[in-house]
Ligand binder design. Structure first.
Ligand SMILES: *Cc1c(COP(=O)(O)O)cnc(C)c1O
Length: 420
């Protein structure tokens, strides 16, 4: 029961709404049984998997496995049903209008390449502009550069402000009648900066541009409603959402997808093939050439069930509280500089420790069983802009609590002693 005033949040206690308790939750993740000392702070790179996801994939192979959309026999029909149920699960997770708007892909990288190659080649011409931001992951930069170099479009980069958040005024000024697409992250993976995507969508649509949102870091942390957002494409990766590797989602508005040509050719995406001519399926199958990652989709559906069971509001509250605790604790360490994340930071703490290279720091942290990431986090242009070549990044998941942050702080203090 929640009351009108928000209940106090204490990570690791049972006072969280919905009985959300990271320490108890950890028992559902076998990785922690098998690595009892592990302080895992790298969910931004990939989240650990709850037993029910691992078991769901194994059970599927044990009991229901066959290829989909092909066989007339019952096992294949059953497998197809599970695969299509997974699609419907993703539809509900994103509050999409129609399951045919859900395209299964390998991950966000493949989703963005699909949009660039299919939508880009069909609808862009030389001189047209695609706007991305300085906050982007390489996955939302390089596909557009490839298109620029082959097609002659212009790639426009909209800047962050002095606090590390998206500069909305500068963004508005970048938009023009030449802008055809705005491709932007929901949460920056290198800094945790939450982008006000609702405003971005509104401004972009007013300029007549379509909007693609890279939701890799947002889908595991907050409730995403693509109809409320009003964007045209949304993507996320299964493995960052407590699901298996090798599966991801591209959501596109049906009318937008239906106007797009196929991307890859092969089986499953056709209606009729002769050597002269091929008729293609409607979305989503048009974009799913070849045997898909069936077990991945079914495992992803289990992961989304897991997230919904926990409650996305509860997850958000948890991540916000723990992010705040992390900022407070890290800010007390002399010589530690947190990278700016603008008005709102969620789930990711990226920092520089004076006099210690991030790789050396991460190595010392690992000796204390603290798993973090060091490097450019696939966002080299952003780190260049912020004037750092590399950072150390701690990122949060549902199984983390204050003790993990405390362990991180202790390990950083030990490193400071070592490198003094
Ligand atoms: C991880 C990540 C990607 C790439 O996802 P893959 O699963 O590697 O395809 C893209 N954008 C952001 C913001 C990410 O965090």
């Amino acid at each position: 029961m929640t009351t009108a005033s928000a209940p106090a949040i204490e990570c690791g206690s049972e006072r969280l709404p919905g009985g959300f308790d990271p320490r108890r939750l950890r028992r559902q993740f076998p990785i922690f049984d098998n690595n009892p000392d592990l302080v895992f702070l790298d969910s931004g790179a990939s989240a650990q998997k709850p037993a029910l996801v691992i078991d769901r994939v194994a059970d599927y192979y044990r009991t229901d496995y066959a290829n989909v959309h092909r066989g007339v026999y019952r096992l294949s029909a059953r497998s197809t049903e599970l695969f299509e149920e997974a699609r419907a699960k993703v539809q509900r997770f994103l509050n999409a209008a129609d399951p045919r708007e859900i395209v299964f892909v390998r991950g966000a990288t493949e989703a963005i390449n699909l949009v660039a190659q299919s939508w880009g080649w069909a609808f862009l011409k030389p001189g047209d502009e695609v706007v991305i931001s300085e906050l982007e992951h390489h996955s939302n930069i390089v596909p557009w550069q490839l298109l620029r170099d082959r097609l002659g479009i212009r790639l426009v980069v909209t800047p962050i402000d002095a606090t590390g958040g998206l500069d909305l005024a500068a963004f508005a000024a970048k938009l023009s009648s030449r802008t055809r697409l705005v491709a932007i992250t929901h949460i920056a993976n290198a800094t945790g900066s939450l982008v006000p995507v609702e405003t971005v969508v509104e401004l972009s649509h007013r300029a007549g541009a379509r909007v693609l949102i890279d939701g890799c870091q947002a889908a595991p942390r907050l409730a995403v409603d693509v109809q409320a957002l009003g964007c045209d494409f949304y993507t996320f990766s299964g493995h960052k959402t407590y699901g298996p590797t090798g599966i991801g989602v591209l959501w596109g508005r049906y009318d937008v997808l239906a106007a797009m040509p196929p991307w890859q050719g092969g089986g499953d995406m056709i209606v009729n093939v002769t050597f002269e001519k091929t008729d293609f399926q409607d979305p989503p199958h048009r974009f799913e050439a070849g045997t898909p990652d069936i077990s991945g989709a079914i495992g992803l559906a289990a992961a989304l069930d897991f997230i919904e069971e926990l409650g996305r509001e509860n997850i958000l509250e948890h991540e916000e509280a723990l992010t705040g605790y992390g900022v407070d604790q890290l800010s007390r360490i002399p010589g530690l500089q947190l990278l700016g994340a603008g008005q709102r930071r969620l789930g990711i703490l990226s920092f520089d420790l004076e006099g210690v290279h991030p790789h050396d720091l991460a190595t010392v942290l690992d000796q204390h069983h603290v798993a973090v990431r060091a490097g450019h986090h696939c966002a080299q242009p952003l780190l260049d802009k912020l004037g750092v070549g590399a950072t150390t990044r701690a990122s949060l998941g549902v199984y983390n609590d204050e003790r993990d942050i405390d362990a991180l702080v202790d390990a950083i203090e030990a490193a400071r002693e070592m490198f003094r």
